[in-house]
Ligand binder design. Sequence first.
Ligand SMILES: *Cc1c(COP(=O)(O)O)cnc(C)c1O
Length: 357
Amino acid sequence: MSFVLPHIRNLPRYQTGKAPRPGESAVKLNQNENPYPPSPRVREALLSADPAELRLYPGESVEELRAALAAMHRTVPGQVFIGNGSSEVISLIMKVFVGAGGTVSLPDPTFGLYQTAAWAQGAEVCRVPLNSRYEVDVDRVVASGGQAAILVNPNAPTGLLLESGRVVELVSRFRGLVVIDEAYTDFAPAGSSAMELVEKRANLIVLRTFSKAYSLCGARVGYCVAAPELIAALNKGRDIYNVNALSARMALASLQDRDYLRETAARIIRTREMYTRRFEGAGFRVLPSSANFLLCRMPEEGGAQEALRLYEGLSDQGVYVRYFDYPRLRDKLRITVGTDGEMERLWQVLESLMQRV
Ligand SMILES: *Cc1c(COP(=O)(O)O)cnc(C)c1O
């Protein structure tokens, strides 16, 4: 006999990228973390924080962050929900809008946490294959039904952006809730976000995070914008104090330095474009990325075996990239765009591995 409920017993643990050993100086390009530190204002916010404030449950700092986010997105605080990372918001969406026995429609492949979060709530997953060009197939998502459909845009791990016209079409035609995860939107061309659609569509949730472009993975802050009714439902489902006061201060400080964000994102984009050309020059097939990572298919016949060999060879030399043992991804590596220096190191190790065939 087990004390664990069957759907949790059968739930595979969500796999994160490999962590370097403590003290190891690795080049970590496996979790789409930002290679640049957060805005200097985050440091100031931390240094000026008063520990006496921690005596109290979080309140004011979270509300200040909510007000700032509402202002930035030209909406009202009642349309903003803040979570302990967008991962928490993803779990809550499954808990509040899908639930046990419900179905969520997921393009396949996409960010793996959606499936884990759905299963953890006893929900079913309806996988909708990406088309032959790895694009989200809007018609098939619409036809799939379900309580909710997820669109990660730009998608992970492909990096592909679904164009605005198709996004509008999905939101208007899908009968259930549409969740658009814009974790990587700051690396995509201007005008590709669905944020402005929220005012017009009662079935849309747009999800953002401070983890990627703001470089605050460790602070754990994410948020979503949606109709007041949906935000109220998420507030009922959450833990009472789900965002800590210091993290809220750090997120607010980084939000107030948009120039820094634009500058670091632009640097990452330049590096991304440079390495897209380099990889293509070496025979890799690279999907055109609108995010801070590249999905690279092995040259010529080098399939899954070659991808694994390079993954392991890189890893042995302290360069961590991501390998997914998953249909349509086994012959590819997903590489987070690091600093120029980190990418140069990756490139050197990769070249030496490829000459040793
Ligand atoms: C990294 C990522 C997130 C961010 O998760 P946090 O919990 O906010 O760190 C969300 N969605 C996608 C698609 C991601 O790749």
